[in-house]
Design a protein around this ligand. Structure first.
Ligand SMILES: NC(=O)c1ccc[n+]([C@@H]2O[C@H](COP(=O)([O-])OP(=O)(O)OC[C@H]3O[C@@H](n4cnc5c(N)ncnc54)[C@H](OP(=O)(O)O)[C@@H]3O)[C@@H](O)[C@H]2O)c1
Length: 277
């Protein structure tokens, strides 16, 4: 099986590289943004015509949530046009596309976990471009898996966990938002899920939610990060109103993962266990 990963230097891309050796039956081809820019269809086409991949994992995205508010065109080019470019080439070469989306497509007004069919209502430029990227793929091709995930962290790239570990070296206390509820997701667990989907050769295409299990607030997440690392830094829970950001975040964005668990017969770690690991 030939699998192309684009966006290979990002957090998820690096997590995939980290576990690739465990999947001997898969021939991986990793491309960084310098090697395949997904906003350039000719480049995608060139690689596809040589490799004719069975699967593509789109780990490429514009992920700067706050910055997107002031550069919406760039976010649109990567998250919408880039996703469409990949879908068009995948459709032509009979490549199954695994695309990653986000809990930020929801407005956060629900009080129970979001299912795949819940109405989207993104509150930010980033969320809007991610939703439009989903729609571009859905309109273009059939053989796609869109996997929405939430609060990704890992030893790779920039993420909340690494920010907390850095702040803990500089401060004796940190003020962290307590009224946004979601589920931290270990990028390695997401990477393994994507490869499970590929290995299954399933044709149950469509939209799926994947996150670790359970839920917490950002301050709850920070407390656990410090606890597992035996760090004494104090976490001061604060309301969102005391930490204004350019982009609005959903107050509640827990994802219901029943569909992916049932379809692919997987169990998923609780976020706390995943963090410990
Ligand atoms: N991080 C989260 O908390 C989170 C939560 C929910 C969903 N997601 C979704 O999960 C996916 C993976 O996120 P992540 O945390 O791994 O993101 P990331 O670390 O920001 O990685 C994104 C990668 O995309 C690359 N890229 C940007 N523009 C590109 C282009 N035009 N062509 C090719 N590659 C390009 C970047 O290249 P450079 O290395 O050159 O910058 C970077 O390596 C994304 O779809 C994201 O929307 C993330």
């Amino acid at each position: 099986m030939i699998v192309v990963v684009v966006g290979a230097n990002g957090q998820l891309g690096q997590a995939l590289r980290h576990i690739a050796a465990d999947y001997a039956e898969i021939q991986f081809h990793f491309y960084t943004s310098n090697e395949i820019d997904i906003t350039k269809p000719d480049l995608i086409e060139l690689v596809w015509s040589q490799l004719k991949p069975d699967f593509c994992i789109n780990a490429a995205a514009y992920t700067a949530v706050d910055k997107a508010e002031t550069e919406p065109e760039k976010a649109q080019q990567i998250n919408v046009d880039g996703a469409r470019n990949l879908a068009e080439v995948c459709q032509r070469f009979h490549t199954t596309l695994l695309h990653i989306s986000t809990d930020f497509v929801f407005d956060g007004s629900k009080k129970t976990p979001y299912v795949e069919t819940d109405m989207t209502n993104p509150q930010s430029v980033y969320g809007t471009t991610k939703r439009d990227g989903e729609l571009a793929i859905i309109k273009t091709m059939k053989a796609y898996f869109i996997i929405r995930t939430s609060w990704l962290y890992s030893q790779f790239g920039n993420n909340f966990m690494k920010t907390m570990l850095r702040l803990a070296q500089e401060r004796s206390s940190v003020s962290i938002v307590e009224d946004q509820i979601g589920t931290p997701t270990h990028a390695i667990d997401l990477a393994k899920m994507l490869l499970t989907i590929i290995q299954s050769k399933s044709k149950d295409y469509g939209m799926y939610h994947f996150s670790n299990q359970g839920s917490t607030s950002w301050s709850g997440f920070a407390k656990k990060i410090f606890e597992w690392n035996h760090i004494s830094t104090n976490v001061l829970p604060i309301p969102t109103s005391q930490y204004p950001t350019p982009a609005k975040r959903p107050a509640y964005s827990v994802l219901d993962t029943s569909k992916i668990k049932k379809t692919f017969h997987v169990s998923i770690h609780h976020w706390d266990i995943a963090l410990e690991q």
